[in-house]
Design a protein around this ligand. Structure first.
Ligand SMILES: Cc1cc2nc3c(=O)[nH]c(=O)nc-3n(C[C@H](O)[C@H](O)[C@H](O)COP(=O)(O)OP(=O)(O)OC[C@H]3O[C@@H](n4cnc5c(N)ncnc54)[C@H](O)[C@@H]3O)c2cc1C
Length: 374
């Protein structure tokens, strides 16, 4: 069920998003999850959608250095032996420019398996399945459990019943009383779009640094994005376009100049969306905790953080969260769906237990008890 007339019309509504995992020199749990998610999305797209260049492109991605310090970090990552060349390798500026098809400003890391995807088309393709019925223009205003079923009440008082509910409504999940203790934050982002072809810029790979740009799709470039905290406004701003143009100039003067000239002559289109983020920037995937029961059962943690408490965690039966994908939904969304499916079907999980725990929606209650902030 989705409140909009079409699915993937909010955070996931961008024309093109970068499909890649930014990696640290030494892997940490968060980056191990992101790398697993990237490989999962990538393999899924390759297996299922190799004939749909309108939905995604495995064109490779260059993460360019913004400073000498970052260049050194890239060299260190490449020398670390932590990642195979098939995932990421260091490239000097000349090679990076050759791969990109335009002159870029610096050396960088090349991710040959990465690329871009169009989230609304991917979501349409995924839901076009005989076992899936999509109800659009249906805003759920309340969730209630009756006997063994959940009842979802929509704005026009229609009731839809199901044994299992997965709440995937980004920051608006907090409007449901069962999920209102999960800490989520909206981060506004504006992308810029050219309205027509710029023939002088044959970009071949996705480029990213602080901003990002994908090769033109049907002749149009999509680039961005702003990162606006505590800003819920949906208007397209000239200041947002200027920010995005500056970020592209930081990546490639050649491309930045071409886009800036285009903007002067033709004007840019824009789109505003909201990223939903958690305090530790990892998504919240799994069963929804019963807040009051957690507070009661694990209260001793505020006196002794290391206390082993045997009481089994209490969750709402059949209620799951799939939220807070931040700026990385293309790599964290698909694997998260698979994690929840595996939990529901009692199948082996696609990632290790340590990482599942890092994504557990209840982690913030436990952290806050230990920190004595609740
Ligand atoms: C500017 C910008 C640039 C980005 N760039 C990238 C990128 O390059 N690469 C990348 O991987 N990610 C990127 N992201 C992030 C990515 O788009 C998100 O992580 C992803 O879209 C999150 O998907 P979601 O399904 O969790 O949330 P959303 O797509 O926001 O979906 C939530 C859905 O819930 C529905 N909804 C909410 N409340 C209700 C209700 N009460 N009843 C019914 N329906 C409801 C909404 O209609 C919406 O469709 C970007 C995001 C933005 C904003």
């Amino acid at each position: 069920m989705d409140r909009n007339p079409t699915i993937a019309a909010e955070g996931s509504g961008n024309r093109q998003g970068a499909l890649y995992a930014k990696l640290p020199v030494e892997p940490i749990p968060a980056s191990r999850f992101h790398l697993s998610g990237f490989l999962y999305s990538r393999n899924f797209l390759k297996q299922s959608l190799s004939d749909r260049p309108d939905i995604w492109s495995p064109c490779g991605l260059l993460q360019l250095a913004s400073s000498e310090k970052e260049r050194q970090k890239h060299l260190k990552l490449s020398d670390s032996g932590n990642y195979p060349d098939s995932i990421v390798r260091f490239v000097e500026q000349a090679e990076a420019s050759k791969l990109a098809g335009i002159t870029v400003n610096n050396s960088g890391l090349f991710f040959p398996e990465a690329g871009w995807a169009t989230p609304p088309l991917l979501c349409e393709w995924l839901t076009d399945h005989p076992n899936i019925s999509v109800k659009t223009s249906t805003e759920i205003i309340k969730l209630e459990r009756a006997d063994t079923l959940w009842k979802a009440y929509s704005q026009d008082n229609t009731v839809i019943s199901a044994a299992v509910v997965v709440v995937a409504s980004a920051a608006d999940s907090a409007k449901f009383e069962q999920l209102d203790s999960l800490p989520v934050q909206n981060i506004r982002g504006q992308v810029s779009l050219t309205r027509s072809e710029i023939s002088t810029t044959p970009l071949k790979t996705v480029l990213c640094c602080e901003g990002y740009i994908s090769p033109a799709k049907e002749g149009r470039f999509c680039f961005g994005a702003t990162f606006d905290l505590k800003d819920e406004a949906r208007d397209i701003r000239e200041s947002g376009h200027q920010h995005n143009l500056d970020k592209i100039s930081d990546i490639s003067i050649e491309l930045g100049t071409a886009l800036r000239n285009y903007h002067t002559e033709n004007g840019l289109d824009g789109r505003v969306g909201f990223r939903c983020a958690s305090p530790d920037k990892l998504p919240m995937i799994g069963p929804v905790p019963v807040y009051d029961e957690f507070i009661k059962d694990y209260a001793q943690l505020s006196r002794d953080a290391k206390k082993i408490i045997e009481t089994a965690p209490k969750h709402y039966p059949g209620l799951f969260a799939n939220l807070a994908h931040g700026s990385k939904g293309l790599i964290s969304g698909p694997i998260s769906g698979e994690i929840i499916a595996a939990m529901l079907e009692d199948e082996p999980l696609p990632i290790e237990k340590e990482l599942i725990d890092k994504l557990n929606p209840a982690r913030f209650i436990i952290k806050n008890l230990i920190r004595r902030t609740i």
